[in-house]
Design a protein around this ligand. Structure first.
Ligand SMILES: *Cc1c(COP(=O)(O)O)cnc(C)c1O
Length: 353
């Protein structure tokens, strides 16, 4: 049995679009893609008269080294959002198959499922926001082809233990692909489960440069999975997903200097998280600060709406997460610079200056 037996059979058989850049590389005079022969005006567009490399070799190399996997196990796209969309489209037949999620969690899983007309099986997180693996496994129907697990979870901040991930991967073998979203893993103690994709062909891991790597605007996300899954998704991803200026920005971000800067900023976020958690909890009107392994804190208030407005009036925008189940009294506050965090504490403490 191949993990691709879980995918849509018509996609396995499909001939992908063959772009000019795929059919021939090299050459000095490029007259095969109807591009302009002239450079565009302005520095920012340098090189952009040519279509970009669909999966740039230097970026694949850098990301494979960063994530500790082989290049054939990587798909780079426009944020993890694109990988989520491609997974749902590749594995879920419209009107028939389904995904499983554990609310409250990241909204894009269900949005992508709705776009594809896939079903959504919801298995809520336990009261302490941990994953209930028994309940999850018990709720799965044969229609469920993808099980999304977000660790640390957005918007709550809790990590999922590695043992739980391994158990789910084992028990889902032959039934569903387990998609572990590690958007915030750089801020967590536990580390990535990417090393397990050699052991479990039904395990996929989402990583992104949008958070710890300070490149949300460049839209670079990576799916790590079995080479067969990656090959299938490379067939259905649009031909030139990665804009050249974004690839350049990513390579600079992943340089030795970029790595040193990211490490320093992760260190600051972790220290500030440790400082802010008890400081927020001690404020009047704060009921609870959920323990977080991410770069944000979910904070419960006596009156979350009033806290939101007070922050907003002071020019501070946080995320209102009251519409999520079990978070009806909560705001999600990203960890900023030490000065920004201090300002949050001051404003919530009653300083409106
Ligand atoms: C921010 C975030 C992402 C990252 O999305 P990109 O498209 O890579 O910017 C993925 N998953 C979760 C849970 C997130 O919070």
């Amino acid at each position: 049995m191949s993990v691709l037996d879980l995918a849509r059979p018509e996609l396995r058989a499909m001939q992908p679009y063959s772009s000019a850049r795929m059919e021939a590389s090299g050459g000095a005079i490029l007259l095969n893609a109807n591009e302009s022969a002239w450079a565009p005006a302005g520095e920012a567009g340098r090189g952009c008269n040519r279509y970009p490399d669909p999966q740039p070799a230097a970026l694949l190399r850098a990301l494979a080294a960063l994530y500790g996997v082989r290049e054939e196990q990587l798909l780079v796209g426009r944020g993890s959002d694109e990988a989520i969309d491609l997974l749902v489209r590749a594995f879920c037949r419209a009107g028939r198959d389904a995904i499983a999620i554990q609310p409250p969690t990241f909204g894009m899983y269900s949005v992508c499922a709705r776009i594809q007309d896939a079903g959504i099986v919801e298995v809520p997180l336990a009261a302490d926001f941990t994953v209930d693996a028994d309940a999850l496994l018990a709720a799965l129907t044969p229609a469920v082809k993808l099980v999304f697990v977000c660790t640390p979870n957005n918007p709550t901040g809790q990590p999922v233990p590695r043992a739980t991930i391994e158990r789910l991967a084992r028990e889902l073998a032959g039934r569903a692909l387990l998609v572990v979203d590690e958007a915030y893993v750089e801020f967590a103690d536990g580390g990535s489960v990417a090393g397990l994709i050699d052991t479990y062909d039904n395990l996929a891991v989402l990583r992104t440069l949008s958070k710890a790597w300070a490149l949300a605007g460049a839209r670079i996300g990576t799916l790590l999975a079995h080479a067969e899954v990656i090959a299938l998704l490379r067939k259905i991803i649009p031909p030139y997903p990665l804009p050249l200026p974004c690839v350049t920005a990513a390579l600079e971000g992943l340089s030795a200097q970029g790595q040193a800067e990211a490490a320093e900023h992760i260190r600051i976020v972790r220290a500030e998280r440790a400082r802010m958690t008890p400081a927020l909890a001690a404020l009047p009107g704060v009921r609870e600060v959920l323990p977080s392994q991410a770069n944000f804190l979910a904070v419960r208030f006596d009156d979350a709406g009033a806290a939101y407005q007070r922050l907003f009036a002071a020019g501070i925008v946080v995320r209102d997460v009251r519409r999520y189940p079990n978070l009806g009294d909560a705001l999600r506050i990203t960890i900023g610079t030490p000065a920004e965090n201090a300002r949050v504490l001051d404003v919530l403490n009653g300083d409106r200056a």
